[in-house]
Design a protein around this ligand. Sequence first.
Ligand code: HEM
Length: 124
Amino acid sequence: MVFFVFLHMMRVFYHGAYKPPREFNWVVGVVLLFLTIGLSFSGYLLPWDQIAYWAITIGTNMANYLPVFNTPTNRLILGGIEVGQNTLLRFYVAHVILFPLITAVFLAVHFWRIRKDGGISGPL
Ligand code: HEM
């Protein structure tokens, strides 16, 4: 999904479809890109094996390098001081409920904007 969203973004860029009147839909698309990455990241822990455990340990440690809310952000994501049962539960809920619901809302806006902007811009 990450790969195809990236391909889609390249297609849109190639056709200059980020220009007016579609600039708002580009911004909605950027949100969808981050949501897709969020889905990918949250899903990575769910196999609950060594690769998942250490990948999420590294990924969540990056939050410690944020400018201001570094440690609180890390604790919020982990649900504790290290990857554990709370983290698994948080990632599961984020993966199957939170991100899909938010993505559905932004997809609805994305498709609504395509119609409002007069369909897609590329050659068809
Ligand atoms: C979950 C991710 C996404 C889905 C499912 C999705 C879906 C779609 C679909 C079905 C279309 C109409 C057909 C097409 O243009 O290929 C479209 C158009 C568009 N998308 Fe996305 N999109 C996503 C992410 C993005 C991203 C990451 C961007 C840019 C940052 C973006 C920007 C646009 C724009 C500007 C259009 C209008 C294109 C035009 O008028 O030619 N979308 N999107």
